[in-house]
Design a protein around this ligand. Sequence first.
Ligand code: SDX
Length: 433
Amino acid sequence: MNVDTMTDTARLTFEDKEIELPVVRGSEGEVALDISKLRGQSGLITLDKGFKNTGSTTSAITFLNGEEGILRYRGYAIEDLAENTSFMEVAYLLVYGDLPTQKRLDWFEDSIKMHTLVHENMKRFFDAFPLGAHPMGMLSAMSSTLSTFYPDSQDPNRSMEDIDMTIHRLIAKLPTLAAQCYKHNMGHPMVYPANDLSYTENFLYMMFGLPTDDYEIDPIINDAINKLLILHADHEQNCSTSTVRVVGSSQANLYSSISAGISALWGPLHGGANQAVIEMLEQIKADGGDLQKWIDKAKDKTDSFRLMGFGHRVYKNFDPRARIIKKSADEVLAKLGINDPVLDIAKQLEEVALKDEYFVQRGLYPNVDFYSGIIYRALGIPTEMFTVMFALGRLPGWIAQWKEMLENGEPIGRPRQVYTGHNARPVQPLAQR
Ligand code: SDX
């Protein structure tokens, strides 16, 4: 295979065949081999388990550079957005392509405030869940259930205005449903949304407010939640986003596509890692804090234990989000006057691991999930709600990616395979098997 940079084609020779494949270059200089005609021209397909070397689409939403630790939403650096914007501005940026003017932000926020309530019947579904039901299981179910209250969202020929309405409904209602998941497990009555509050304030109010007393929103907590949601808002073609795109590519409605994304995010190798990190740190603390013992377990191939919150498919030097969250963890805990020994263990673990050849050689550094749980815990969010927080942050990213896939008229996602099973064989009569 060689790439002719003049004609931007690559030539592939295989057996007696030679074919030319177009080369695609991205706006940040990324280069890809377009293999959409490979099978037709050569009978060959590619094989790439976990899609580690495979691009599924072209996208103008998020740019990552794993070697340099760069993350930009629509060209804006995550560090800049985290310091200087609200989560609603970032949600608008991801979905509509640019930061809003004040007028457009008012339109967006007002529209969302009109839809924060969920149908009263939805409360009956919560009554059916067992006490202690994992919030991610409830949230995924409730997201798809929303589609049954808005059947017009399933119409593939719906207008852009209808799609906008569905997008605003989902952004508005998911925090209400997330807070209801928490209230269900607390055995507390649901708190209805208060539309005079900002998006993040309203979520905190629905989570921690009680009909019996006035809940005062701590600006430190609200600012931290705002920043955490921004840092989680999109991350190009990760596992859950690819899931949303593939489900949406069948023309399934947005509510169900997001429900599938929530399910994919739940896995401990993905968004569920933030819950797994805290459980791991608490396990290390309960075990006496022998860090080297756990580092050795993580390196031992015969041991299924992995250092949760470490490693990333793309980032091989550092996850820019982890750096911001680590700094924010220090600030938030200091401001709240909290001394969490688990944070000390996390920092010591990072220090020991990053001196260990196994981790350095494989580019395993703390990722977005390593420190986020420590902040969520300090903010009073229970461990099982950590991944729900991730889903609330990722929602506008999932929606933006789904919308882009729709606008680009992308085909239904249906990968090929290499078959390795039995060759043709006749059925033996039961008595002879
Ligand atoms: C997220 O993709 C995204 O963008 C995801 C995300 C987003 O914003 O959407 O960033 C959010 O999901 C962050 C990742 C959260 N998951 C974890 O923290 C779980 C622990 N990490 C790993 O399971 C792992 O690092 C992954 C899943 C994150 C990445 O796995 P890859 O890219 O498939 O890498 P791999 O499993 O092939 O590992 C390469 C090597 C292997 O060793 P060798 O076979 O080369 O000897 O590194 C080792 C792995 O065994 N390894 C680890 C490890 N992670 C990888 N060894 C110990 N502990 C770890 N955490």
